[in-house]
Design a protein around this ligand. Structure first.
Ligand code: NAP
Length: 255
């Protein structure tokens, strides 16, 4: 049995993660952390508002689906206390990743950080990377529910970085005057990223690549939060055997 704690347990993702951990034969949900106790699933074991409150539950792996200004404090606590951590919270930047890498290398606990745990999204990013080597230009449109706190999404940032690294030679990045600021989206690694927030959406992304006389659209849709759960389970079961920091789900899939 792997003893699991969940940070952000009352949130949209946290509730789904608690259900999934509770249903898994090889995992035990021993602790749940969230400022909102009332939203936490029954059967969560020890419940608290901060990591110190759940130390007595002795979790082996913690899962964090909180928010950008909370995740690092939780992760630091885990790595200091020998608790492996699986981070799904987006908005963890390069400086924070470096800190996590150093802490994980120096201590006894490991970390996995993945901007997207949906296998289809992992494939979408890989296909976009492959296509970027062959087409002249690309733009990213990411679409999320209206409660999402960060923009652009972690998946869009990661996709932009990967496309930028994969492209060969000169990259066509049409500019043009913006009659209204922001009309052409954000500029990430030389790639335009457009973020849409609407009720009715969950998590979606299109990568549109263009070349002379043709376009290629690669699209992924998460229509339900269950789409992320197989990836979360894979990370929880793998983290103890992956020393240091692992970024993304790809290394766990052998791709
Ligand atoms: P959410 O519904 O706002 O849930 C976040 C929860 O964390 C809230 O209940 C929040 O409480 C709580 N929280 C805030 N600070 C905390 C702390 N210090 N310790 C413990 N809990 C804390 O958000 P969500 O939709 O579940 O998304 C959570 C994160 O996961 C976001 O960053 C999102 O982008 C990311 N995400 C990642 C993936 C992936 O595959 N990697 C997939 C979906 C979402 P308050 O409401 O009081 O702030």
């Amino acid at each position: 049995m792997i003893r699991v704690a969940v940070f952000g347990a009352a949130g949209r993702m946290g509730r789904e993660v608690c259900r999934t951990v509770g249903d898994a034969d090889d995992l035990e949900l021993v602790a749940a952390v969230d400022p909102h106790h009332e939203g936490i699933e029954a059967g969560a074991g020890l419940v608290g508002v901060d990591p110190e409150a759940i130390a007595g539950a002795e979790p082996q792996v913690a899962i964090d689906f909180t928010q950008p200004d909370a995740v690092m404090a939780n992760a630091r606590w885990c790595l200091r206390h020998g608790v492996h951590v699986v981070i799904g919270t987006t908005g963890v930047g390069a400086v924070d990743l470096e800190e996590l890498r150093r802490a994980a290398d120096a201590g006894e606990a490991n970390a996995i950080v993945a901007p997207n745990f949906a296998i289809g999204a992992v494939l979408m990013m890989r296909f976009a990377e492959l296509a970027a080597a062959h087409l002249d230009a690309a733009e990213i449109v990411e679409l999320h529910h209206d409660g999402k706190k960060d923009a652009p999404s972690g998946t869009a940032l990661s996709t932009a970085r990967r496309i930028a690294a994969a492209r060969r030679g000169a990259w066509a990045a049409p500019g043009g005057d913006e009659a209204h600021p922001g009309a052409r989206g954000a500029h990430v690694e030389g790639i335009r990223v457009h973020a849409i927030r609407l009720p009715g959406l969950l998590a979606h992304q299109e990568v549109i690549l263009g070349g002379p006389g043709q376009t290629l659209t690669i699209r992924h849709d998460s229509t339900d939060r269950t789409s992320f759960m197989p990836g979360v389970l894979l990370a929880v079961r793998s983290v103890a055997s992956r020393p240091g920091l692992t970024i993304g789900l790809e290394p766990l899939l052998g791709s």
